[in-house]
Design a binder for this molecule. Structure first.
Ligand SMILES: [Fe+2]
Length: 231
């Protein structure tokens, strides 16, 4: 079991708003897996994905769903809230992000790559002042590129002042929660991110796997089941 509740009851609200924060919806197994990843990262036992290191912003690690049955339960749980069959859900990204101490406090908002039809964040550790921000008043045009795009702003924009706008939705969240949003259509960003540790799973139902992270996961599951059969 990945979630402790039927996420499907929140689908309409997600569609209406484009983003959603759900509190205390993860199963104990899922929380344990997140905490264990967090401990391994702190103890330097997990390998960083070197090509995804963004200097001055964050380190990234590949999240392992550990077993196919846990992954199946995860997809089944998401199926209700995104309104698509579980088998159609492709994991285009499964990264644990650790924000560096030098990461900017008030970055320019962005949209995720096209393959992030839905982006789902699972907090592992969130420092006191950090917030994920959504911008419901900004353009909801879909980003059709396979790279993140950033909001265009005048060069002299005072970013801290920009973030004082009351229309910006700011969410803290804690381990056990999730936030889900249309990553490629809704502008979003994290403020005061230094020290944050978050699992980001990005999914789509258009068979897009630009980083090969769904394919590599399925290969791993196949290898493990072959080992079990031989044993
Ligand atoms: Fe993003």
């Amino acid at each position: 079991m990945a979630f402790n509740t039927d996420l499907g009851k929140h689908r309409k609200k997600l569609e209406r708003n484009g983003y959603l924060h759900l509190e205390k919806v993860l199963s104990n197994d899922f929380i344990q897996s997140l905490n264990s990843c967090g401990s391994q990262i702190i103890a330097s036992e997990l390998d960083e994905i070197a090509e995804w290191h963004i200097p001055g912003k964050k380190r990234q690690y590949l999240y392992d769903f550990s077993t196919q049955s846990f992954f199946d339960a995860f997809r089944e749980g998401l199926s209700g809230i995104i309104g698509k069959l579980a088998e159609e859900i492709i994991i285009s990204e499964r990264h644990i992000k650790v924000y560096l101490t030098e990461a900017a406090d008030f970055p320019v908002p962005h949209k995720d790559r096209h393959a992030a039809e839905f982006t789902i964040g699972f907090p592992i550790y969130i420092p006191q002042d950090s917030r994920v921000c959504f911008f419901p008043f900004m353009s909801r045009n879909e980003n059709t590129e396979q790279r993140a795009v950033y909001a265009e702003m005048p060069d002299d924009t005072k970013m801290e002042r920009f973030y004082a706008d009351d229309r910006i939705v700011k969410i803290k969240g804690t381990v056990g929660d999730m936030f889900i949003f249309h990553g490629s259509t809704v502008f979003h960003e994290r403020i005061m991110p230094a020290g944050c540790m978050i699992l980001y799973i990005k999914v789509n139902t258009a068979r897009q796997d630009p980083l090969g992270e769904h394919a590599s996961m399925m290969e791993d599951f196949n290898k493990r089941s072959e080992v079990l059969e031989v044993a």
